[in-house]
Design a protein around this ligand. Structure first.
Ligand SMILES: *Cc1c(COP(=O)(O)O)cnc(C)c1O
Length: 428
């Protein structure tokens, strides 16, 4: 059933460390070997052995309208003939920046980069340059890309591999990273008091998606906003996952809380390598060449990436009903999953907001990294493989969110629920 994938993984390991170009793809957390994909359309992915899967990763978010979304594919094809890169400015960069500014609350300006990692790394440097302070606070289990400063208590990828500290990240760098448990405001207040006048930024996933999907408890983000205001700390919302997924204006719009800087990735590039930092003019103009905080990128604002992102964002902007439809589909799926797990007598805790969700096998609520870690990973592992055999591709780690796309039909959701029922009976 997976013979060609097995063969390719063997070959891949010879020339690519671990056989993959990003760790979670290797299935380490769930065991077994990764499946090599050939093509995808709408809600389905097809592997090299000809198996079809209903896809609940959607490239970790970008494929919010499904794979190979026709207008995006056409735009890429057209623009590719004009040259794949100029290394000089284009009008398209203004158009996408204007569109983003019109969609996202509280921002005046946008700087394009090539990944979510770059976006977060730049946001932190900018906050440090702007405040003249070095330290920052992040939350256990939140992921902000793989820049050195963020690889402390860094969520899914790192947790999946069971790493405590990362070789290659020096103690000097890690010393400036302060961590608090997610949803724990008193811990933040304590750090801010202890390091008075030294903290440049608090960076947070406003809805956490890298330890499973975890919602902020009432008052948590409001409390961060207040602490930042009182101590002139830059509040950075890492909306690489949530941006353009939960609402046109991301978590800021959905939750009605203002950040000072926002980072984007994933959906913003429609599957092309793109990230962005956005914020008010007063902070953003500290970036070079307007200001002294250096940041650059040979391929930043790449025309193919820009037209892909622009086309997708425009569709989302013009059709906000998409968010309503996605949320309805997610709720339908979650109800079906609860029924499937319940029927098999397996304790579970499902978190969901809009089109993001995660299922943990525990009777306790999942509110932070320790509660997520305490859930039964062995059941998840068996559930994952049982679903895969039934043609449903879930994230290969309990610490990752599932992402839904609007190409999913009720039949797809029913098929998924039926698969979950049969999977649960098979593994219980
Ligand atoms: C994916 C992700 C990143 C990193 O983005 P890359 O494009 O993989 O570098 C950063 N922050 C969050 C919240 C993410 O989900």
């Amino acid at each position: 059933m997976y013979s060609k994938s097995e063969m390719l993984f063997g070959k891949a390991k010879e020339v690519i460390p671990g056989g993959v170009n990003s760790p979670v793809r290797a299935f380490k957390s769930v065991g077994g070997n990764p499946i090599f994909m050939e093509r995808a359309k709408g809600a389905y992915m097809y592997d090299v052995d000809g198996n079809r899967y209903i896809d609940y990763i959607n490239s970790w978010g970008p494929m919010i309208l499904g794979h190979a979304y026709e207008p995006v594919v056409k735009a890429i094809q057209e623009y590719a003939t004009y040259s794949t890169s100029f290394g000089a400015p284009t009008e398209l960069e203004i158009k996408i920046a204007e569109l983003i500014v019109s969609m996202v609350p509280n921002i005046d300006m946008v700087r394009m980069v090539n990944s979510g990692t770059e976006a977060c790394m730049t946001a932190l440097r900018l906050a440090r340059g702007y405040t003249g302070r070095n330290k920052f606070i992040k939350f256990e289990g939140c992921y902000h890309g793989h820049a050195d400063a963020f690889l402390v208590s860094a969520g899914s990828g790192v947790a999946t591999l069971g790493l405590q500290s990362i070789p290659g990240v020096t103690a000097t760098v890690a010393d400036d990273t302060l961590t608090a448990p997610y949803n724990n405001l008193p811990a933040v207040e304590q750090l801010v008091a202890e390091y008075a006048g030294q903290i440049a930024a608090i960076i947070v996933e406003p809805i956490a998606g890298n330890m499973g999907c975890i919602l902020p408890q009432p008052g948590f983000l409001e409390g961060l906003r207040k602490v930042c205001d009182e101590h002139n700390i830059v509040l950075i919302f890492d909306e690489v996952m949530t941006g353009f997924r939960l609402a046109r204006g991301g978590a800021q719009e959905l939750l009605g809380i203002k950040a000072d800087l926002v980072t984007f990735g994933k959906i913003i590039g429609a599957g092309m390598p793109v990230g962005a930092i956005a914020g008010p003019r007063e902070i953003m103009e500290n970036l070079a060449p307007a200001g002294k905080v250096y940041q650059a990128g040979t391929l930043s604002g790449n025309p193919i990436a820009m037209i892909a992102g622009y086309t997708l964002l425009q569709t989302l902007n013009d059709n906000p009903v998409i968010y309503q439809q996605l949320a309805e589909k997610a709720t339908y799926l979650v109800n079906g999953l609860k029924e499937a797990f319940g029927a098999a007598g397996i304790v579970h805790s499902i978190n969901q907001i809009g089109s993001m969700l995660s299922a943990h096998f525990t009777e306790y609520p999942i509110i932070d990294f320790s509660s997520a870690s305490a859930a039964n990973n062995e059941i998840f592992r068996r559930f994952f493989h049982a679903m895969l055999e039934r043609g449903v591709y879930l994230p290969p780690s309990a610490f990752e969110s599932w992402f839904m796309c609007n190409a999913l039909t009720t039949e797809d959701l029913d098929q998924t629920i039926t698969a979950a029922k049969s999977a649960m009976q098979a593994i219980k």
